[in-house]
Design a binder for this molecule. Structure first.
Ligand code: DMJ
Length: 643
């Protein structure tokens, strides 16, 4: 707008109107502007008049507009021949015009409303004739439609990322016919576990193989997220069970939905679901797995909204509200839970180009680095509000285990460039060896737990994974102690084998003691169970890969036979309550980690080393293989280790 200079407000007087522009050529532009100003005044007076007329229309006219609907009166039109007033292309009818037409119009509308009501009544009557189930099914269909719409919105394409070199994803057939036969047997066991889950527990998290129905535990909240499907996918893939893999993929594509009002364990969902989906993505290249993993990760992020950034143990997937386990020391988060996110979160940042995941786990690492550590050990409990340790319990088994595992694996996964993680691992292992590892009177090396100021001479089944970890970390160890750590791995493998061998069923108990004349045997009744856990077989497999000592295959085969003999039922595989009893009772749960880990490690034990070679793949704590990221030419935002 050019008018301000012409307005009196500017303090300048308007020049006199000059009709002959040529008389004062230097005023030509000003005079034209003055004319425009007058025209503008006339036009605005006219518009004001028209608006006045519009607002002062008689009331009855307004009522008609209400009755008939605005569009019936404001009709785009320019024809004023019937007495209407033309305002900017809209024709407004005056009072008294077309009374007859209005009445007809009203009548038509009333009839339409009546007909609509009758139709709605008819439909309601029809609905009432339907059964409760039919009505619920219809409601569900509507809900599904809404969910599908939301899913479409969520499924934004992710940026293309160069895939790491994926080596050895479908070979490994051993030449030895005996080993081949053992491998086939493991595959058959997988098929039995899967087929029964497929038949009786499909879509549920786990299976009750005796009751032949779905099962779940509090780690999955009250959700039905098909944990077994997601956890089993990569095992199916490497075993060449492609039809089953596709079934799983289809279920995930159509049904796996994370907008559920359910409070889940952040750790379990990360290692089983995100780890499982990422591994399935890398192995198969199917985008759906990557998309689901990223969607799910987004649902876990609110768990990090604590005063320290140490995440809550649980988060409600819908509301994002987090909290800790009631049993954890003074409202603490658990070391093995918040310390077992690194691998998956780094891969998420790599695949999405979004540093948010990477930043969350690096923040945890930095915070832990700054803390005092009693005897150089990391206690199991840390309060996410205060940033202080809870009870000074330390364990390489439950509550602590996979934190140490992920320090080592962060280094391996970064193509050995994340030296900060390696240093933290080396420091921690030195402290563990000094304070927690002992030899029993009978010469068995065991890893105890630090509790209430003394060493408890008890080892958990969970702790047996450490044999494999020591062997995996041998190469690259400080002061070139590779031989020492491989030996330590072998000793732990031996002790854990003893814990199996000293039972009636040749299956390991949940925890075993080295005290009061007892060696590698469970004493308490509530520690005698075996729930299809993988840790001992996991260690056999790592030891086999690094030593090729045939005893590890032999020990693995003993365990596989014992599982097939004592845990197999017609509806799948079940845990047993007492490994020292010749007539054990079942716990009636087929754990999802049996398919993800136990059977996968057994299968790998009887495969050649070129199936998922350890130079190229790092297994997360749920045995989901993730490729080593060779990021020499790429960067992962903000990670100095990857520059
Ligand atoms: C698995 O879910 C994982 O290995 C986890 O780290 C702890 N152990 C269970 C199976 O025993």
């Amino acid at each position: 707008m050019t008018t301000p200079a012409l307005l009196p407000l500017s303090g300048r007087r308007l020049p006199p109107l000059n009709l002959g522009a040529s008389a004062f050529p230097h005023h030509r532009a000003t005079l034209r502007l003055s004319e425009k100003f007058i025209l503008l005044l006339i036009l605005s007076a006219f518009i004001t008049l028209c608006f006045g007329a519009f607002f002062f229309l008689p009331d009855s006219s307004k009522h008609k507009r209400f009755d008939l609907g605005l569009e019936d009166v404001l009709i785009p039109h320019v024809d004023t021949s019937k007495g209407g007033k033309n305002l900017g292309g809209f024709l407004i009818h005056g009072q008294g015009h077309d009374e007859h037409r209005h009445r007809e119009e009203e009548e038509r509308l009333r009839n339409k409303i009546r007909a609509d009501h009758e139709k709605a009544l008819e439909e309601a009557k029809e609905k009432l004739k339907k059964s409760r189930d039919e009505i619920q099914a219809e409601i569900q269909t509507e809900k599904n439609k809404v969910v599908q719409e939301l899913k479409k919105k969520d499924s934004k394409p992710l940026p293309p990322v160069p895939l790491p070199n994926l080596i050895g994803i479908n070979s490994g057939e051993p030449a030895d016919p005996d080993i081949r036969e053992r491998r086939s047997k493991i595959k058959e066991m997988m098929k039995h576990a899967w087929d029964n889950y497929r038949q009786y527990g499909w879509g549920h998290n786990e299976l009750k193989p005796i009751a032949r129905k779905g099962h779940s535990t509090n780690i999955f909240g009250n959700s039905q997220m098909g944990a077994t499907i997601v956890d089993a996918l990569d095992t199916l893939y490497i075993m060449g069970l492609h039809d089953e893999f596709r079934e799983g993929q289809e279920w995930i594509d159509k049904n796996l939905d994370f907008s559920v009002n359910s409070e889940v364990s952040v750790f379990e969902v990360n290692i089983r679901f995100i780890g499982g989906l990422l591994a399935a993505y890398y192995l198969s290249g199917q985008e759906v797995f990557k998309i689901k993993a990223v969607q799910l990760a987004g649902k876990l992020l609110p768990a990090f909204n604590t005063p320290t950034g140490i995440p809550w143990a649980m988060v409600n997937l819908k509301s994002g509200v987090g909290r800790n386990w009631g049993w954890a020391s003074a409202g603490s988060s658990i070391l093995a839970e918040f310390g077992t996110l690194h691998m998956e979160f780094v891969h998420l940042s790599y695949l999405t180009g979004d540093p948010v995941y990477y930043n969350k786990v690096m923040h945890i690492r930095k915070l832990l680095q700054k803390m005092d550590r009693p005897n150089g050990l990391y206690p199991n409990y840390l309060n996410p509000r205060t940033g202080r340790w809870g009870q000074h319990h330390t364990s390489v088994g439950g509550l602590g285990d996979s934190f140490y595992e992920y320090l080592l694996k962060a280094w391996l996964m970064s193509d050995k460039t994340d030296t900060e993680a390696r240093k933290m691992y080396d420091d921690a292992i030195e402290a563990i060896e000094k304070h927690l590892i002992r030899k029993s009177n009978g010469g068995l090396t065991f890893i105890g737990e630090w509790k209430n100021g003394h060493l408890e001479r008890k080892m958990g089944h969970l702790t047996c994974f450490a044999g494999g970890m020591f062997a995996l970390g041998a190469d690259g160890s400080r002061d070139d102690k590779a031989g020492h750590y491989l030996q330590l791995g072998a000793e732990i493998a031996h002790t854990c084998h003893e814990s199996y061998d000293r039972t009636t069923l040749k299956l390991g108990p949940e925890a075993f003691k080295f005290d009061g004349g007892v060696e590698a045997v469970a004493v308490r009744q509530n520690e005698k169970y075996y729930i299809l856990r993988p840790e001992v077989i996991e260690t056999y497999w790592y030891m086999w890969r690094f030593t090729h000592d045939p005893k590890y295959r032999q020990w693995g085969w003993e365990a596989a036979q014992a599982i097939d003999k004592y845990c197999r039922v017609s509806g799948g595989f079940s845990g047993v309550k007492d490994v020292y009893s010749s007539s054990p009772t079942y716990d009636d749960v087929q754990q999802s980690f049996f398919l993800a880990e136990t059977l996968k490690y057994l299968y790998l034990l009887f495969s050649n080393d070129d199936l998922l070679p350890l130079d190229n793949w790092v297994f997360n704590t749920e045995a989901h293989p993730l490729p080593v990221l060779h990021l020499a030419n790429t960067t992962l935002s903000g990670n100095p280790a990857y520059r």
